[in-house]
Design a binder for this molecule. Structure first.
Ligand code: OAD
Length: 309
């Protein structure tokens, strides 16, 4: 097993022929994709592991827990308000558009994404074929679990107290919030967003945190789809595949017969792929439109289809 959870039977290198992959995607019936932060890298959003680094001396993953929110809701809200601002400023890239177009043109293609940035929905990815495994940073829900959820809230900042996280600074200057030498703004809990339904709980970002389960209903739908028939192709885009249960879908698709194709600049992400699989090393925004061209047509720089297949 490699760190994808893919079982390997051969040490031979995966394929990298674009023509062979294009033929496979054209002829495939049931296809799945698993996407991660690398899909949004070309939109200017930092990934979790690696380049992104610390946020004010905090590991981002340490802030993404219900325990962190309970201990310091102001700090966790500042972190998410900053990420919301970045996500709202970013634009979907050609990788998001290519996957959305594939979903429109291939009936049996479902896309699972770990990204909470809202860029796949904004690229027009059909909602019924897109599973937001880790939720959406644009949703807010009650921390007291009264059931209230506010979907696709585009206000930025989300409340006046969080304005320091939604400021734009020139590229050669650091946003004061991001400088750990400058004390973080002290926001009173009463100035954070509160649940309008139960009026007792705080609102929290509508994302899945560490130590929290994924949405049960969503998991059931994905599992049902997987067990409805063999899977021809599993496309793994821009993920370190380090977070479970998301990462396990590659192995599940493989058990249903899928050929796996990995798109990632990191050569380590190909470890464990067999000779029938594919590895395309590089930026998803550049590679995906080319890989899907026989099905979606030619895509221009803005992500629009300019020549039909
Ligand atoms: P990671 O930051 O762990 O991994 C990003 C992956 O994207 C790495 O394998 C990079 O090599 C690759 N990458 C970087 N630039 C790329 C590009 N231009 N094109 C394609 N790939 C590129 O992010 P995820 O795997 O998405 O969970 O992380 C999974 C989960 O861990 C996140 O959803 C989040 C995080 O903690 C929660 O918040 C629950």
């Amino acid at each position: 097993m490699n760190y994808f959870g893919i079982s390997t039977t051969s040490a031979m290198a995966p394929r990298n022929s674009i023509a062979e992959f294009q033929e496979l995607v054209r002829s495939s019936n049931r296809m799945m994709a698993l996407c991660g932060a690398g899909l949004s890298a070309a939109s200017g959003l930092p990934t979790f592991r690696g380049a992104g680094g610390l946020w004010r001396n905090h590991e981002p993953t340490d802030l993404a827990t219900p325990e962190a929110f309970a201990a310091d809701p102001s700090l966790v809200w500042l972190f998410y308000a900053w990420r919301r601002h970045m996500a709202l400023k970013a634009k979907p890239n050609r990788g998001h558009f290519a996957l959305a177009e594939l979903a429109k043109r291939k009936e049996n293609f479902i896309c699972l994404t770990q990204n909470v940035d809202g860029l796949s929905p904004r690229a027009g990815h059909p909602e019924s074929k897109l599973y937001l495994l880790h939720g959406s940073i644009l949703d807010n829900k009650c921390f007291n679990q009264c059931g209230y959820i506010d979907r696709n809230n585009l206000s930025d900042p989300i409340c006046p107290a969080l304005a320091p996280a939604a400021e734009d600074y020139p590229p050669d200057q650091t946003l004061p919030l991001l400088d750990p030498n400058i004390p973080a703004p002290q926001i009173q809990v009463e100035d954070l967003p509160h649940c309008p339904r139960c009026k007792t709980g705080l609102l929290r970002p509508g994302v899945v945190w560490f130590n929290e389960p994924l949405d049960e209903n969503m998991i059931m739908q994905v599992e049902n789809w997987i067990w409805q028939g063999p899977v021809d192709l599993m496309i793994v885009v821009g993920t370190a595949a380090a977070v479970y249960p998301a990462a396990a879908y590659t192995r599940k698709a493989q058990r249903r017969g899928a050929i796996v194709a990995v798109i990632n600049p990191d050569p380590d992400s190909a470890s464990g792929l067999g000779p029938k699989d594919f590895f395309f090393q590089g930026d998803a925004a550049e590679i995906l439109p080319l890989l899907f061209e026989p099905v979606i047509g030619k895509m221009d720089e803005s992500g629009k289809i300019c020549v039909e297949p």
